[in-house]
Design a protein around this ligand. Structure first.
Ligand SMILES: *Cc1c(COP(=O)(O)O)cnc(C)c1O
Length: 477
């Protein structure tokens, strides 16, 4: 570093020290609110930034009070990164946005379990130790027709645990048409390897026949696996062995069939205008010894993985030491129990379960909502953008019903100027205290209103009101 002289060095010398800033009246409320460590840290950052600025361009050094205000800005700009946002992407179960939004009953149950002690592993009747699974076992059996049930961290964990329990050091038979990757690093062959099972592939990508499975079964087979090809379809010249037939075939060889449904659903979705998906109850009735499915996909609950089926096999799973590593906590158990309880009253399910409510919304209602919001949004965005109501297609998301899109309506925002303005607008909306996340496609920002509850309209407009429209235009040269 070179020695400095002149006005630059002078103003640097006048830069207040940390202790001086801490002693200002402006720093007192910061210390009260954020504590000494965080406040000191922010002040140090503010001083460092001021020093850099003075080195770059000589000016008068900021006062201690001014630096305290800058530190306040730094402290308060740290909004929680998991803060609520508006999911206007059109994907109802968006994995990157936390999938299902929980029912009010589930929220209340989770809050109560957070705030108080609960009988998590305690039997209130006898006053002795109880089991974590007892809270859900009866409900899951009632809703699925299975003999027994357990729950783990997510469906990936459920599949891992089942494979490890049934096929450690043994063979796991699976069709080549079902060796899926569902995103992230979840690929069926890798999960099998980590579970300690030797994968035995049968059939071909497009066609697998009963004889293919039959020929593969032997004394070393631990499990036959059927996987719901959640996020893709094979069409054309295809053949697969249905679950019922496969269960009979596996049973005859004394091998259990594990049916991984992926999303899974507890109700017939066609009742709500959606495509028909086999229910968990059907999968159980078809004879699979174990059926696995997710808690936060179509089911609309918190992240969880359910394993339902044969009592003896569930008992083996519960004895597997991995079960302990994959268990769920009291918050989620409380939320799951409350969510499952809603399924006991199917007539009111669509009102109470946000996932189903969003999925079942008809286009006319969404379009009316878009028309209602259009004037306020257009006015807020100003002359730089054209806003209109347009048609769009929502998706279920999370690999559930991948080919079934839902007719929906959106606010379509186009820049009157350059495409860059649109990117800036999308970024500014994402930077709001309660971010608004849409989708940029075909030169427009599309806000699909399917997941905007009526009660969220006012908060949505309030959030939009915080948009700094001036800065949008100002950035453009
Ligand atoms: C989504 C899915 C999983 C994983 O479920 P998570 O709950 O996301 O862990 C496993 N198998 C299939 C077929 C799936 O669709």
């Amino acid at each position: 570093m070179s020695a400095m002289s002149g006005p630059e060095a002078t103003s640097l010398r006048h830069l207040p020290a940390v202790a001086a800033v801490l002693a200002t009246a402006e720093a007192a409320p910061l210390l009260e609110r954020h504590g000494r460590a965080a406040t000191t840290d922010a002040i140090r950052q503010a001083i460092d930034a001021a020093r850099e600025a003075l080195r770059a361009a000589p000016a008068t050094a900021p006062s201690a009070a001014e630096l305290a205000q800058r530190a306040q800005g730094l402290l308060e700009s740290r909004a929680p990164s998991l803060r609520p946002l508006f999911n206007l992407t059109g994907t109802v179960l968006h994995t990157n946005l936390g999938r299902a939004v929980l029912a009010e009953a589930a929220v209340e149950a989770a809050v109560a379990a957070m705030r108080h002690a609960v009988a998590l592993e305690y039997d209130l009747d006898s006053g002795t130790r109880g089991e974590r699974d007892d809270h859900l076992r009866a409900l899951l059996c009632e809703l699925t027709g299975a003999q027994d049930a357990t729950v783990v961290n997510n469906n990936a964990a459920a599949v891992l645990l089942c494979l490890n329990t049934l096929a450690l050091g043994r063979e796991a038979v699976v069709s080549r048409g079902e060796l899926i990757e569902i995103g992230g690093a979840f690929r069926m062959p890798d999960i099998m390897a980590r579970a300690g099972a030797r994968m035995v592939e049968v059939g071909t990508t497009n066609r697998t026949h009963p004889a293919d499975y039959r020929d593969a079964l032997n004394a070393d087979t631990g499990v036959v696996l059927k996987v719901h090809t959640s996020n893709y379809r094979i069409q054309g010249f295809t053949a697969e062995v249905g679950a019922r037939k496969l269960a009979a075939l596996a049973d005859a060889a004394g091998v259990p069939l594990l049916n991984d449904l992926g999303s899974g659903t507890l109700v017939d979705l066609s009742r709500y205008g959606l495509a028909k998906e086999p229910t968990v109850r059907q999968a159980v009735a078809e004879g699979a010894r174990l059926v696995t499915f997710s808690g936060d996909k179509l089911l609309g609950g918190p992240q969880a993985g359910f394993i339902v089926g044969d009592r003896a096999l569930i008992a083996r799973i519960n004895r597997n030491p991995l079960k302990r590593a994959l268990r769920v906590d009291k918050l989620r158990l409380a939320a799951i129990e409350a969510t499952l309880n809603l399924y006991r009253d199917p007539d009111r399910l669509a009102e109470r379960l946000p996932t189903l409510r969003f999925l079942a919304r008809d286009k006319a209602g969404i379009e009316a909502q878009a028309r209602r919001l259009l004037p306020a949004v257009a006015e807020r965005l100003g002359m730089a953008f054209a806003v209109e109501v347009g048609d769009c297609l929502s998706q279920v998301g999370s690999g559930a019903l991948p080919l079934d899109t839902l007719a929906s309506a959106a606010l379509r925002i186009r820049p009157r100027g350059s495409q860059r303005e649109l990117e800036q607008l999308a970024a500014a909306l994402r930077a709001l205290p309660r971010p608004i996340v849409g989708r940029v496609a075909d030169g427009a920002l599309r806000l699909d209103l399917r997941c905007l509850a009526e009660t969220d309209e006012t908060p949505f407009l309030a959030s939009l009101a915080q948009l700094d429209t001036g800065s949008l235009a100002a950035h453009d040269p």
